[in-house]
Design a protein around this ligand. Structure first.
Ligand code: GDP
Ligand code: IMO
Ligand code: MG
Length: 429
């Protein structure tokens, strides 16, 4: 079997969690391949809202295996709080969660380094979620990180101390006051104690060689879905660098983040909103700093699932969407949240960027590095509720026009349309 992939085509928060949950019945295994607790994937099940950070979004289907792959980085404390919440909702991850021994550990000092680096950047800060993502991936590539499998080694404490000391030396060079910095409202010392308790707890879960597990499953004909975090425009190579995350969020990341060969990639579900949002700093050509932007934020409840920060909102950006589809080899498009614009008289789509009097139809190094003027095509709004729509044949004409325009521009059909946060508010072609 091939491994299917589902990932975000914009700046994250496209609605990946919801669609993974909806598609999970078609699969045997759901596996996260990159990112860490910077992610916040929301599932609405029977009116109840769950936000997952490190755990794959198939976890509420008790008969499906959920894997945290080697490319994911894990904060034991945050993961353990997530597991606790799951338990209180009746899902027992002891049964259906597996964790790669090769996943790297986010130390308490990684989180503090994140804060120190951001503080030092001042106005140029990335707008990081402050979960220690950048510093942890930095240590991974510097070959000094600690991994889940290392928790079982007898010299784990010594290796932890060595890495922590190294971090403290860096922090003192930044004159950063570690011991008065709060982590989840706790002092460093208190947080560190909880962190170690959580390490002990995680030892009770199934820690595996996930690359062997997944390749064997594929060989046996099992169906596997790889779940992305963040979005393609936050990819460390192709996103709006340096305002990106520190991992490869695109399909290529599945190969390194789960240990599967490129020839094993099957379908690629590319998820995008009918408009755009972004949290944190960095370029956003179609951003609306006016009442329309505020309306998108309020109608769409665009506040971060991880940090609660208001999300920046703007119109759909086609050059960016085409770029992401190209990078990922998307086969199946999934459009989210068109219901958010139900009461809009007019809806815009950006079709090109104007730079120094010239129209540029593609996202390029230049269009992401300097101010550009988005060129828009305007559509009439559908101005009706999308509640209860059963199939693509009964869409309001204006929404059907909007969809056809996008499909023609990106040369791919939209296979799934989401018109609300609930499982049932999903229309399949
Ligand atoms: P993810 O990080 O890609 O999983 O997305 P988030 O969970 O961070 O943000 C998506 C938000 O939109 C969540 O609050 C979802 O419950 C909500 N949502 C998902 N799909 C839809 C939809 O089609 N319409 C509306 N109105 N909300 C949606
Ligand atoms: P999901 O999986 C939206 C953004 C941060 C910041 C930048 C770097 O829920 O879509 P980091 O903490 O990774 O160093 O932050 O990336 N960011 C996200 N934005 N959704 C996410 O995840 C994000 N994860 C990170 O806001 O701008
Ligand atoms: Mg999110």
């Amino acid at each position: 079997m091939k491994i299917d992939v589902l990932l975000g085509l914009q700046w994250g928060d496209e609605g990946k969690g919801k669609i993974v949950d909806v598609l999970t019945p078609r699969y045997d295994i759901i596996a996260r391949f990159q990112g860490g607790p910077n992610a916040g994937h929301t599932l609405e099940i029977g009116g109840d809202r769950h936000v997952l950070h490190t755990i794959p979004s198939g976890i509420f289907h008790s008969d499906k295996i959920n894997i945290i792959g080697n490319g994911v980085i894990i904060d034991p404390y945050i993961l353990s709080r997530e597991l606790e919440k799951l338990q209180s909702k009746g899902a027992d991850a002891k049964v259906n969660l597996r964790i790669s021994k090769r996943s790297h550990l986010i130390l308490p000092t990684h989180r503090i380094l994140d804060a120190a680096y951001e503080q030092a950047l001042g106005k140029g800060k990335i707008g990081s979620t402050l979960k220690g993502i950048g510093p942890c991936y930095t240590d991974k590539t510097a070959r000094i990180g600690l991994r889940i499998g290392d928790m079982l080694a007898i010299d784990f404490q010594e290796r932890y101390n060595n890495l922590k000391e190294r971090h403290l030396r860096i922090l003192s060079s930044y004159n950063f006051d570690v011991f008065s910095w709060k982590l989840d409202k706790m002092s460093f010392v208190e947080y560190e104690q909880h962190w170690f308790d959580s390490v002990e707890e995680l030892k009770g879960y199934e820690l595996i060689d996930s690359e062997l597990y997944i390749n064997k499953a594929l060989a046996e004909g099992k169906r596997v879905l790889a779940e992305g975090a963040q979005g393609s425009l936050l990819d460390v190579d192709f996103g709006s660098y340096p305002f990106v995350t520190s991992s490869n969020t695109i399909t290529a990341g599945v190969c390194s983040g789960l240990g599967v060969p490129p020839t094993a990639i099957g379908k690629v579900f590319g998820v995008f909103k009918a408009y755009c949002t972004r949290v944190g700093s960095g370029p956003f050509p179609t951003e609306l700093l006016d009442d329309t932007g505020d309306k998108l934020r309020i109608n769409g409840n665009e506040f971060g699932s991880t940090t609660g920060r208001p999300r920046r909102c703007g119109w759909l950006d086609l050059p960016a969407l085409k770029y992401s589809i190209m990078l990922n080899g998307v086969t199946d498009l999934v459009m989210m949240k068109s219901d958010v614009m139900n009461d809009f008289e007019k809806v815009n789509i950006c079709t090109a960027y104007e730079v120094e009097g010239k129209d540029i139809p593609d996202l390029t190094f230049e269009t992401l590095s300097r101010p550009v003027k988005p060129m828009y095509t305007t559509f009439k709004g559908w101005e009706t509720s999308l509640e209860g729509l059963a199939n693509f044949g009964v869409l309001p004409d204006q929404l059907a026009d909007y969809i056809r325009y996008i499909e023609k521009a990106v040369k791919l059909p939209i296979e799934i349309l989401s018109v609300g946060p609930g499982r049932k508010q999903t229309i399949m072609r």
